[in-house]
Design a protein around this ligand. Sequence first.
Ligand SMILES: Nc1ncnc2c1ncn2[C@@H]1O[C@H](COP(=O)(O)OP(=O)(O)O)[C@@H](O)[C@H]1O
Ligand code: SF4
Ligand SMILES: [Mg+2]
Length: 346
Amino acid sequence: MSAVPQPRSEPAAGEVIVKAERLSKYFDVSPPWLNRVLERKGRQILRAVDGVSFDIKRGETLSLVGESGCGKSTVARLLVGLYTPTAGRVEFFGHDLREMNTASGRHLRQKLQMIFQDPYASLNPRWRVGDIIAEPLRAHGLMQDKQAIAARVDELLTLVRLAPADKEKYPHQFSGGQRQRLSIARALATHPEFLVCDEPTSALDVSVQAQVLNLMKELQRDLGLTYLFISHNLAVVHHISDRVGVMYLGKLVELAPKRTLFAAPRHPYTRMLLDAIPDLEMSGRARTPVAGEVPNPLNPPTGCTFHPRCPHANARCKSEVPVLKLVRHAAGESQVACHAVEEGRI
Ligand SMILES: Nc1ncnc2c1ncn2[C@@H]1O[C@H](COP(=O)(O)OP(=O)(O)O)[C@@H](O)[C@H]1O
Ligand code: SF4
Ligand SMILES: [Mg+2]
């Protein structure tokens, strides 16, 4: 196998390897110039991600949850360098991710990979599985020797509990769960440290979801992987995470260790999300559907953007944007962006 350039320094276990600092991504969704002039409309800027900060330690799984459109996939794309931040930065092994596009930063790129929701769309249907899995090895110039590549493909297929003989087949010959295993095998080809998984099991049946999640957990333990896991499904997040971040309209509203978050959700939105799922921790909580609709992101509410849906909103909530602050409570420590929590009202 060819030598893989190593990151500048190998961090110790538990050390932060990914850092998002006040990360923002705004999209200009303005109508064309002529329409704006004729209709007397200004530019329209959509704040898909707005000042999000978090750390991810080596070997842990940080999950991001929230309703559709809250900015999860945009964070995912920012973290693997598919989008450049409008403001803020992503640090990976102490390097700004922007360095990834320079010659000296190229080694960073193979250390991070992404797994998408729809494995069928991300696997070329006309290629044999062996070529699909080998593609990153060739693209990164890691291996040239045909036999070495074939051996690595066999190893990867075995790693994801498929058979080496499967490399002769095409993606359509596999089930949904098997196709997601193929995407995982391909993502692992370059020996990545960090995997961004954007709803990797959302398109699968519940029973298959559990198999893929368990495989991901085993791979994490065996290969020392670090995950950013994205899902709108709190049951999935409960299964896989060490820590959980809850997003609402482009912002992180709560960030806490999984047990703390599920046992003692602090933010009213987190409580609403948890009340809507089956009772995972057997706390005896009744099930209530998530109330209200997500506001139009082009015209977000003032102050705390959750205030139109919040049972605890007051005048301050309507005018002042709450910021993420550390809160100590009986069940542990959480970072929460809520005036009512800060004031001790709830
Ligand atoms: N390329 C883009 N151009 C314009 N708007 C976008 C683009 N990508 C995402 N958005 C908008 O940004 C917001 C966040 O989207 P996304 O990150 O996909 O959310 P999620 O993954 O949580 O459903 C949504 O309002 C979405 O419509
Ligand atoms: S800041 Fe106010 S509106 Fe926002 S979640 Fe807290 S109580 Fe509700
Ligand atoms: Mg998404």
